[in-house]
Design a binder for this molecule. Structure first.
Ligand SMILES: [Zn+2]
Length: 112
């Protein structure tokens, strides 16, 4: 049977989101290692402009770190790490970007 869960190593996890969020993802892995936890990371993604990290096991202390980086991610551009804001492009579609990256994203979306 194929396993339902996919586990991410730290190096795989940082490639799931933009470079700007790499330090946030690494902080979660460092915290996990520091706590000596055998918790699997099964999801790393941007959802509604926010960094979401999913685990296969609930640990309160690790969850606190995950929530903390989630909040921080709201004001960090995933592309480049500069200060950013989350903007709603259309109903239910959010983009988190700094002014510079936002310009590129909008140019990409509305070209032609
Ligand atoms: Zn940016």
């Amino acid at each position: 049977m194929k396993p339902i869960t996919e586990y991410y190593s730290e190096e795989q996890a940082v490639t799931m989101v933009g470079k700007g969020w790499e330090p946030l993802v690494r902080r979660v892995y460092n915290a996990k290692a520091g706590m000596g936890l055998i918790v699997g990371i099964i999801g790393v993604k941007e959802r509604y402009g926010v960094l979401r990290i999913y685990t296969d096991f609930y640990d309160k202390n690790l969850e606190d770190v995950i929530i903390e980086v989630g909040y921080e991610s709201e004001t960090i551009c995933p592309q480049c790490g500069n200060p950013s804001t989350i903007m709603e492009l259309s109903s239910g579609m959010y983009v988190n970007a700094c002014p510079e990256c936002k310009k590129h994203i909008l140019e990409e979306m509305f070209k032609d």
